[in-house]
Design a protein around this ligand. Structure first.
Ligand SMILES: [Zn+2]
Length: 406
């Protein structure tokens, strides 16, 4: 038996006047997905537990079969996993943005999308500065992509690491133009130390050659770092040990690669998978077919509908859904003909065009099983699954339900 889970990120939506009261999923022409729906089971699920922000990290952790309430430790650790950084249980991994600070406010949370090359030079300079100035500096900066980096801080004990993980840090994109001191009014020693580190980076960065050149070119300088999204390394049970099945994940998004790494799934890199509208859908489909030849389970995630939702572009969203159907779902299902297989398709969370960001609402779900007759669900969208028979349960239970029940 093969299992494939298609995750069109953020594809579910709200009815739009521009689409005569329909949603992008309803309007998109998706003959392959329709076939799964019409011969499968429909229903709703919810991947975001109460109290969690509806991010792709939390929602996809549910889809991968892990209850975020038990296993989610933060965004930083998942990115560390995807970057192959080895961390200990006493380490706290922060997301580290190179930002533009002006008069102690968040002038630009990404320093004008600084290039990875420039940022790597700055991260090196920070490591050098802190290691030269302090005998036993406990932190290390890791350069990532563009403005998205990591800072790993080694605590004395796991207890300290847990305390530091709980520190109330704020995503920099949420505080554009706001005062920075207000968001770092911490009192605990370790927290004060983090604040000192953030502010001390200004000494190194403000007159750095890289920034002098950026200013001369009319770009925002990366004159400070902002630490947030921290946590300890998540301890996800091994996917293979849990289900007795081998698994692979295909995605263009680091956070999801990280979940795959910690779950001990094979993370398959697809050339041309960008995590944006321009992703190479055909390549993803072909790599998916190959992955299913030597794995039992494939999770295949496509970010494009979510990006279209954020950009509030109706046509792009409809097109992304149609391309997923044509170049990913169609060819993969075709390649499985003659074999026993099950397929599920669901978004992690809705990204409604009218809102331009994620919501925590239920998402439509279709499950197809090659050896079962379906329940008369008509299509994979917010309306079509309403006639389906799948009972709504917490999202993280879907994986075991798919494997064991359908
Ligand atoms: Zn999103």
């Amino acid at each position: 038996m093969k299992y494939v889970i298609f995750i069109p990120d953020g594809s579910s939506d709200l009815p739009l006047d521009e689409l005569d009261g329909k949603t992008p999923l309803q309007v998109a022409e998706t003959p392959n997905i329709d076939k799964l729906a019409q011969n499968g089971f429909g229903g709703f699920t919810n991947n975001v537990p109460d109290g969690y922000t509806p991010g792709s990290d939390v929602a996809n952790m549910s889809i991968f079969g892990y209850n975020p309430a038990d296993y989610y430790t933060g965004r930083g650790p998942l990115e560390a996993g995807s970057m192959g950084i080895d961390t200990k249980p006493t380490d706290v991994i922060f997301r580290c943005n190179t930002i533009t600070e002006k008069d102690d406010t968040m002038e630009n949370f990404n320093a004008d999308h600084i290039t990875s090359e420039e940022a790597a030079v700055l991260m090196d300079a920070l490591n050098q500065h802190f290691n030269e100035k302090y005998d036993d500096f406990k932190g290390k900066f890791y350069a990532g992509i563009s403005y998205r980096h990591l800072f790993v801080y080694s605590c004395e004990s796991e207890e300290d690491a847990n305390l530091l993980s709980d520190l109330n840090t704020v995503p920099p994109h949420d505080i554009a133009g706001e005062n920075l001191t207000e968001y770092t009014t911490w009192e605990d020693d370790m927290a004060v130390n983090m604040r000192d580190i953030m502010y001390e980076t200004q000494e190194v960065l403000k007159d750095h050659e890289v920034n002098k050149k950026r200013i001369a070119d009319g770009k925002c300088p990366a004159n400070m770092v902002w630490l947030w999204g921290q946590g300890t390394t998540p301890k996800l049970p091994d996917f293979k040990e849990t289900y007795g099945l081998t698994g692979a994940v295909i995605t263009g998004v680091d956070l999801l690669k990280g979940i795959g790494v910690f779950a001990n799934l094979d993370v398959i890199d697809v050339p041309g998978a960008t995590g944006f509208f321009d992703t190479d859908y055909g390549a993803k489909g072909q790599y998916g077919i190959e992955a299913l030849k030597n794995h039992d389970v494939l999770l295949i995630h496509i970010e494009a509908p979510d990006e279209a939702g954020h950009a509030q572009l109706i046509d792009e969203k409809v097109k992304a859904i149609e391309r997923i159907d044509e170049f990913i779902v169609g060819p993969i299902i075709e390649s499985l003909q003659g074999e026993d297989f099950k397929a599920a398709i669901l978004p992690d969370h809705p990204t409604p065009i009218s809102i331009g960001t994620h919501t925590r609402d239920d998402v439509p779900l279709v499950i197809y099983s090659s050896d079962k007759t379906g329940d008369g669900c008509t299509s994979f969208d917010e309306e079509g699954v309403k006639t389906g028979s799948i009972e709504k349960q917490e999202g993280y239970k879907l994986m075991s339900r798919l494997i064991n029940e359908f």
